[in-house]
Design a protein around this ligand. Structure first.
Ligand code: PEP
Ligand code: MN
Length: 264
């Protein structure tokens, strides 16, 4: 079902009028984690003002260590839904377990599967019947074929609205947090009809690389970008402040991107 061989035309996912996978570029922006109503409301206003269409933010965070901040949970879903509605943005949030799919689907417009859960097959099966579009992140050591097979689980369950996301893979290089695999963008678009989104934030782990790698992703044909932005990155509750853009950087980047591809 994911293969272009049996589905030659691009899948365009229409969410409340925002089309993902067509001619226009979709921008998802926001903090790594939802922290408070004020935080997410302020950031939502900035995403909207800059020309973004989707507010990102994790309520459930898949942290490498069990003692790190794990997200604010269901409260965060509510905070984000309110901010999205108020500012006229769609919302995307990560879901980590099958048990939480229904509640996440109730509050968010797009459900995100994180890199660590790309092969959580019970989760993928459950997302096949959740009724909401899914952004599936590539596992940090997964091949294209493994990513497409993971997408297949969701599609086979009856959900045709899947986006693939390149978010960087593990390589020998340690200067960057991950190595953003730009080739993934055209390869996945050749193999599949599904929209491809690039995540230059997790893909590099370094704020100063987000702008060039965003532009490179768009030049490579990405249908959208998911970018971390925070009003106070140095004091953000996850370690991802170092890769989060300041609001003015985010706005400047979107202005530049508009020259490369029309925003939705
Ligand atoms: C995130 O988007 O904040 C996140 C945890 O992403 P990934 O699963 O790619 O690490
Ligand atoms: Mn993050």
């Amino acid at each position: 079902l994911a293969s272009r061989d049996f589905h030659p035309e691009n899948t365009v996912i229409d969410i409340k009028g925002v089309k993902i996978g067509g001619e226009e570029l979709v921008i998802m922006g926001g903090p790594c984690a939802v922290e408070s109503p004020k935080q997410i409301d302020e950031i939502a206003a900035l995403v909207k003002a800059a020309g973004g269409q989707v507010l990102r933010g994790g309520a459930f965070k898949p942290r490498t260590g069990p003692y790190s901040f794990q997200g604010v949970g269901v409260e965060g879903l509510i905070m984000m839904a309110e901010a999205g509605q108020k500012h006229g943005l769609l919302t995307i949030t990560e879901v980590m377990t099958p048990e939480y799919v229904d509640i996440c689907a109730e509050y968010a417009d797009i459900l995100q599967v994180g890199t660590r859960n790309m092969q959580n097959f019970d989760l993928l099966r459950k997302l096949g019947t959740c009724g909401k579009p899914v952004l599936l992140k590539r596992g940090f050591s997964a091949t294209y074929d493994e990513l497409l097979n993971a997408a297949e689980y969701i599609l086979a369950g009856g959900n045709p609205n899947v986006m693939l996301c390149e978010r960087g893979i593990r390589t020998f290089e340690s200067y960057t947090r991950n190595t953003l695999d730009l080739s993934a963008i055209p390869v996945l678009q050749q193999l599949s009809h599904l929209p491809v989104i690039s995540d230059p934030s997790h893909g590099t782990g370094r704020r100063e690389l987000v702008e060039p790698m965003s532009k490179a992703s768009v030049a490579a044909g990405a249908n959208g970008l998911i970018i971390e932005m925070h009003t106070d990155p140095d004091n953000s509750m996850t370690g991802d402040g170092v890769q989060s853009l300041f609001p003015d950087q985010f706005a400047a980047l979107l202005k530049d991107l508009e020259k490369l591809a029309p925003l939705v």
